[in-house]
Ligand binder design. Structure first.
Ligand code: TMP
Length: 407
């Protein structure tokens, strides 16, 4: 459904970027089903009231978060490490009282909750993706299959009592009806509990032209000011923020019941910094659009030249982000004949929209391509480090944010 008023505050939304017709980013068709994907118009706007950056035409969550949703957080060592640290941080700071309850929205394969489960902490993951939940359950994580909203929050509260922590990493921005999440949190949170949100940060996306962070699932691109306004709208208060390295640049937002926590000096400082960047201004989006058009032109130019010169090229990481890059730039098997990925659920499938075949990353060396286009640039250190033999044998990585370059 296309909107021209803000889903949160109802003010007018000013369109600021259109990335064209795009497929569902995590629906990887079998080769025989290629062409039957669901498409939508990928365009974002800025709310003239609360400044929330949001997509104008949003796919229903049921199209994106299907029972066989293939994404698994645990494929990345970096993410495994990050979420082990999150669990430890929560244990040391928020979960020190008697028998606390932690609820995670979008618990995926249990990458965070498994540490808490092992420590005997009462927890519940809420996730509509059955396959991911089954993996989590094998690790001793309790999962409720379904979406988190006011109704399920009420059921959880009735059955388990209030939650000391509600946690959501890379999920809350995915829900068009953001109010359903916040109203659910209001129902479920203990009086002194916290809602901890970790998500991509608009400031980082704009500063480094990470245009491929815009895809169907990222209905909202969170900024400190807009999350603060949303929390206020739904009867909660943003009390802290902290920059994170996760996914190559993200932010933690800590939300509490109004007046229960003193907002930190760090929040005030970061909010002032963000205001100085002018994230909601048309000029910032004009610069971003010019930057991404340069990247698209340079990337297609480079790939075309390499292929014309007889070089072999492969993609690395069939990321959700790569749907935006390949479909916006028109990069298909003619320029990138295959993509390597370590996720079994994606192998043997093709990429959405452009239909590039996906092959097990274990076969990357059979033989190495001359160039590898790193779609999973958010895991660059991990992948380039592990695949060090590729560079040693003369191979070169192609990266495209913040500009097209070789490493
Ligand atoms: P993400 O950018 O949404 O986290 O997706 C990363 C994709 O890259 C995911 O499909 C798994 C894949 N991947 C590999 O193939 N090898 C790796 O070493 C890592 C970290 C990810």
């Amino acid at each position: 459904m296309t909107v021209n008023t803000c889903r949160i505050c109802g003010s007018a939304v000013r369109p600021c970027l259109d990335l064209g017709r795009q497929p569902v980013s995590n629906a990887f068709p079998r080769p025989a089903d290629a062409g039957a994907e669901t498409f939508f118009q990928l365009a974002v706007g800025v709310c003239t009231g609360c400044t929330m950056v949001q997509q104008l035409d949003v796919l229903g969550a049921e199209h994106m978060f299907t029972p066989d949703y293939p994404y698994r957080s645990s494929t990345s060592a970096g993410l495994r490490g990050h979420f082990a640290e999150v669990a430890q941080w929560l244990r040391e700071t928020e979960l020190t009282g008697p028998d606390p309850l932690v609820v995670e929205i979008g618990s995926n394969d249990g990458v965070m909750l498994r540490s808490l489960a092992r420590a005997g902490i009462r927890h519940l993951g809420v996730d509509p993706c059955v396959g991911a939940g089954e993996t989590a359950a094998r690790d001793g994580v309790r999962v409720r299959v379904g979406f988190f909203d006011e109704r399920s929050a009420a059921v959880i509260r009735a059955g388990e009592g209030p939650a000391q922590v509600i946690f959501g990493a890379n999920t809350i921005s995915h829900v068009g009806d953001l109010g359903s999440i916040f109203h659910g949190a209001v129902r479920l949170l203990a009086d002194d509990g916290v809602l901890v949100i970790e998500d991509r940060y608009l400031g980082d996306i704009l500063a480094h032209t990470k245009f491929d962070q815009i895809y169907d699932e990222h209905v909202y691109l969170f900024a400190i000011r807009s999350v603060r306004a949303a929390a206020h709208t739904y009867g909660l208060e943003l009390v802290d923020t902290e920059p994170l390295d996760m996914h190559g640049g993200a932010m933690r937002f800590v939300v509490a019941r109004p007046g229960r926590r003193t907002p930190t000096a760090r929040l005030a400082r970061m909010l002032a910094e963000e205001d100085r960047m002018g994230l909601a201004s048309p000029a910032v989006f004009d610069r971003f659009r010019a930057g991404l058009e340069t990247i698209a032109k340079d990337l297609v130019g480079l790939l075309t030249d390499l292929r014309a010169g007889g070089s072999t090229v492969a993609g690395y990481g069939a990321t959700s982000k790569s749907a935006t890059v390949t479909n916006y730039c028109g990069i298909g098997p003619g320029l990138v004949p295959l993509v390597y990925d370590s996720t079994p659920e994606k192998q043997g499938r093709v990429t959405p929209g452009m239909h590039i075949p996906i092959v097990d990353a274990a076969r990357f060396a059979e033989p190495y391509p001359d160039y590898a286009l790193l779609f999973a640039w958010n895991h660059a250190d991990e992948i380039i480090g592990r695949e060090r033999a590729f560079r040693e044998s003369g191979g070169r990585w192609i990266l495209y944010v913040p500009d097209v370059h070789l490493v």
